[in-house]
Write a protein that binds this ligand. Structure first.
Ligand code: SAM
Length: 280
């Protein structure tokens, strides 16, 4: 396990993923009934953007740094940027909340979360961070097993972020299998699977497999900051959203063009959104 998220925290992919994740949590919270958030590859909750790792790549400069202080933020991005701002009260961008912290900031008394992180050091940091928070359970276990271990949840409403590091060639296949198991165990689970876009040709099989997977509604949302045939690095990223809450589609239609323009790195940022399964 070589991947450390501290090198990438706050980059364009985090902005895209975190803003949409937070919005889905807020849409769930329109009902009083509790929900359970599951984060199968949680990372370490808080990242130091001025630390060695983030400083080495500077990726956050082309991510959260480009938008957190803008005064023309679309509504969906305002909540997300407000949380980032709350963690940086002196106005200097240093602390970046990862997915567990972002959702922890949004949880109500009736909600709870289950986190899993396999890297021993990151798991220890995560446990220490949430020590004394009874609504947060941290497990050092394989995130792909999370659905089997914890679904269905008593709350009957679940939001699950599946966000592996994609170090292994079979990660997409394992994600798809995990999502199928999750949906078999609790059909109404809302799942967000994040995936990198480097060379788009490599994703074609995956798209086909998702379309034929038997999953209920699946919305594909992608944001590119550079042309997707430039294989040099992370040109963009995508989210496969299973059972996305209404009216996320309509909201994303407004936000994605704005985000693509603000995060573009070569003047050619782009996005797409379509249903791979269900909902015309
Ligand atoms: C992309 S990062 C997570 C970022 C985090 N979800 C966020 O958005 O802030 C992926 C994390 O998964 C962890 N990891 C790798 N393999 C894992 C596995 N099989 N089960 C659980 N965690 C794993 C890595 O150590 C890394 O911290």
């Amino acid at each position: 396990m070589n991947y450390r998220h501290s090198y990438h925290a706050g980059n364009h992919a985090d902005v895209f993923k975190h803003a949409i994740l937070l919005r889905m949590a807020h849409l769930l919270q329109r009902k009083e009934a509790p929900f359970c958030y599951l984060d199968s590859h949680a990372g370490t909750a808080m990242y130091d953007l001025q630390g060695d790792a983030a400083g080495k790549t500077g990726e956050y400069l082309d991510g959260i740094a480009r938008l957190w202080k803008r005064d023309d933020l679309p509504e969906m991005l305002r909540d997300y940027c407000q949380i980032v701002a709350r963690h940086n009260p002196d106005g200097d961008l240093r602390h970046y909340p990862g997915s567990p912290q972002l959702i922890a900031d949004a949880l109500r008394l009736q909600d709870r979360m289950i986190l899993s992180e396999l890297h021993p050091e990151d798991a220890a940091t995560l446990s220490a961070h949430f020590a004394g928070a009874p609504e947060v359970a941290v497990h050092m276990r394989d995130g792909y097993e999370l659905a089997k271990a914890f679904l269905p949840v008593a709350e009957k409403r679940a939001l699950w972020l599946l966000d592996p590091p994609f170090e292994k060639t079979d990660d997409l296949a394992r994600c798809l299998k995990a999502m199928q198991i999750g949906i078999q165990r609790m059909r109404q689970t809302i799942i967000a699977l994040w995936y990198p876009i480097k060379d788009e040709r490599l994703l074609r099989d995956f798209y086909r497999q998702v379309s034929n997977s038997g999953l209920p509604k699946v919305l594909r949302v992608e944001l590119n900051v550079r042309p997707a045939d430039n294989t040099m690095g992370l040109n963009g990223s995508g989210l496969m959203l299973v059972n996305p809450p209404w009216p996320l589609w309509e909201e994303l239609e407004m936000v994605l063009p704005w985000l693509a323009a603000v995060l573009a790195q070569s003047g050619s940022g782009g996005y797409r959104m379509d249903w791979l399964v269900g909902e015309p």
